[in-house]
Write a new protein. Structure first.
Length: 108
């Protein structure tokens, strides 16, 4: 899949723009648009390069498996894309945990 849209949000100790749900548009395996799902506006602080394609989420998942102290990964049963990525990089560190929610993947 190289042309698609999906919704993404994070749960973490980070800035508001990262935890608000966004619609991510990908064309030719590059993120080309980010819009908040609640108001249709683009982020003002974070850049397009701060979000992931589905392929880069797979790369992130691989790094998590290899490096994280604790993790949970869930994948769509039909298409195989990640739907949940939960990571605690260092069990001794505080507030380094993050959960990414990926849903509503649509081919364009």
């Amino acid at each position: 899949m190289t042309h698609y849209v999906y919704n993404f949000r994070a749960s973490c100790y980070c800035i508001d723009e990262w935890v608000r749900e966004v619609s991510v548009t990908v064309n030719n395996d590059s993120v080309i648009s980010i819009l908040f799902t609640d108001d249709g506006e683009p982020p003002q602080i974070l850049q397009i390069s701060d979000w992931h394609t589905i392929n880069s989420l797979f790369d992130l998942s691989k790094a998590i498996i290899e490096e994280a102290a604790k993790f949970k990964l869930e994948y769509d049963k039909t298409y195989g894309n990640p739907t949940l990525i939960s990571v605690d990089w260092n069990s001794q560190a505080v507030d380094d945990e993050a959960i990414f929610y990926i849903n509503n993947v649509q081919n364009k």
